[in-house]
Design a protein around this ligand. Sequence first.
Ligand SMILES: O=C(O)CCC(=O)C(=O)O
Length: 255
Amino acid sequence: MKTLPESLQADFGRDGFVMLPRFLEPSLNSRLRASVELLMEDVYTAPKKWEAEALYQSQCQPDQLAHLSGDQRKNAEAMLYIVGRLTRHLPDVKALLASRSVVAIAEAVLGEEVRLHFSNLTLRASRLGCGNAWHRDYPNQFCCGADERQLRLIICLDGMAEAQGAVRVVAGSHHWTKAQWATFKRSDEAKANGDVRTLGCPPGTVVALDCRTAHSVLPNISAEPRANIIAQYGARSNPLAVGDYELECNESESE
Ligand SMILES: O=C(O)CCC(=O)C(=O)O
């Protein structure tokens, strides 16, 4: 894995996100992609076994599939969307998310030791992958620290082309007040005030995202699927107020 750029903290502080293109070596990226593929096959083959972890696009908000019509939407609803608690199912993902190189990204931006809150696999199926409206990850009702000192790492195993369901961010929006965020959400996107960036990137890229950065996801209208590993880390001195740690403390120690 690559070393971190010296400008990481300054860039993250200014923009509320940082992209680390090809952070994962191609061989590691391919191994992880193959593990994820096997996991997906198992979920589709034995859905009962995965009931507690798997979320399908049928469980999305209606607006997430609004770009599709009739039969296409029906097909899209059957697609796997999220598989939760990934570190419990894939040892290579657990090793990755506890590795010094990856933990160092979270520590560099949060300025202290961190703990892994949760991980998941987020999928956008080829041609049928749903989008996401603009949102912020803090606060959230699923897994959230007492304060905002947490971030998400988005590990882009397939990369993200714009048509492949790329994440978009508003640079600098982590500094917005609640009122600025409310105004942005209310406004028609075309007229909204903000420096919107589409995070197109090659496979193996890691995106670090401040939990207050406004972001959305485009639907996947391309012929390529895309799989991201999402991991939320929080400062060790910011205990979870909502939800449970995915790993016990001694399990989540980095090597
Ligand atoms: O599709 C993705 O990878 C990003 C998902 C997302 O917006 C989130 O986890 O908050």
